[in-house]
Ligand binder design. Structure first.
Ligand code: SF4
Ligand code: FES
Length: 279
């Protein structure tokens, strides 16, 4: 069974289904276990983790979700149990009456830390959206998509412009590595991430005062020279100007834009629009 299948399975194997937040219903058969020396009332067969959480213990977890069948994949919730030769995942192991469990000890902290280091040493951006990792500028893609979905295009443009001052241009010409790894592709097809920021860029470009990602700082009295008016040079100039420096951009060509103007054909990137965005 693949990891995806495992995670999308219903949690029918979790018995019984009393949330760790809830009270144990009256009439429910219970038993007594001990966690870190404290007597705890638990439900036979429920995951040790649930009983521990209900009793107020903060056992670390990563892969646990009450709504899904336990995957026991991260090994962060390991606990020591009297009579067991090795630490066991508490999200997966059912409660048995009389269990004596330790959830906080130096050796457990060390082991959990080691497990976390293993996960982080060979992970594929499970903790960060893969689209954001794949984008060379690491735009907060979920952030601006959410803002766009609420119709907050100016805020979305501001967020994109924190790292990418020319979202319209890139929206037309980027090879979109972000979309190749879009997780939505596992369900149907990838989100049009690239076109979305292109659309936002186009909308704000028509505004009299284009939104800036940061407030314009007062003049510093310092001068900055940027050599090259291509996308990289113009990006450097944009952020330096926002910081209050007086920026002059030098280029061998008559107009700014570099490769975007002189290397990309008109049908891919209309130069009237490019001018609007760069100015
Ligand atoms: S399309 Fe936009 S978000 Fe995707 S990689 Fe290119 S610049 Fe980044
Ligand atoms: S929470 Fe991941 S193994 Fe238990």
């Amino acid at each position: 069974m693949s990891l995806l299948e495992r995670y999308t399975q219903p949690a029918e194997s979790q018995i019984p289904t009393v949330s760790h937040m809830g009270e144990i219903p009256s009439g429910q058969p219970t038993c007594t276990i001990w966690i870190d020396g404290k007597e705890v009332t638990a439900i036979p067969g429920e995951a040790i983790l649930r009983a521990a959480q209900r009793a107020g213990f903060e056992v670390p977890t990563l892969c646990d979700d009450e709504k899904l069948a336990p995957a026991a994949a991260c090994r962060m919730c390991l606990v020591e149990i009297e009579g067991y030769h090795r630490p066991m995942p508490s999200c997966h192991l059912p409660v048995e009456a009389g269990m004596k469990i330790t959830q906080a000890s130096d050796s457990l902290f060390k082991l959990r830390r080691q497990n976390l280091e293993y996960i982080l040493s060979d992970h594929n951006a499970y903790c960060m959206p893969p689209c954001q990792v794949s984008c060379p500028t690491h735009i907060d893609i979920p952030g601006y998509l959410e803002l766009m979905s609420k119709g907050q295009h100016v805020e979305a443009a501001r967020l994109v412009k924190e790292v990418l001052p020319f979202p319209y241009m890139l929206g037309l010409v980027c090879p979109k590595p972000c979309q190749e790894v879009c997780r939505r592709g596992l369900v149907e097809e990838e989100i049009a991430i690239c076109q979305c920021h292109g659309y936002t860029g186009e909308l704000v470009m028509e505004m009299e005062q284009a939104p800036t990602p940061f407030p314009q700082l007062p003049a510093t009295g310092k001068r900055v020279a940027v050599v090259g008016a291509g996308p990289a040079g113009m990006t450097a100039a944009y952020y330096a100007a926002l910081k209050g420096h007086a920026v002059t951009v030098f280029d061998m060509m008559e107009k700014q834009g570099g490769i975007a103007r002189y290397g990309i054909p008109e049908y891919r990137l209309p130069k009237v629009k490019l001018d609007k965005e760069l100015n």
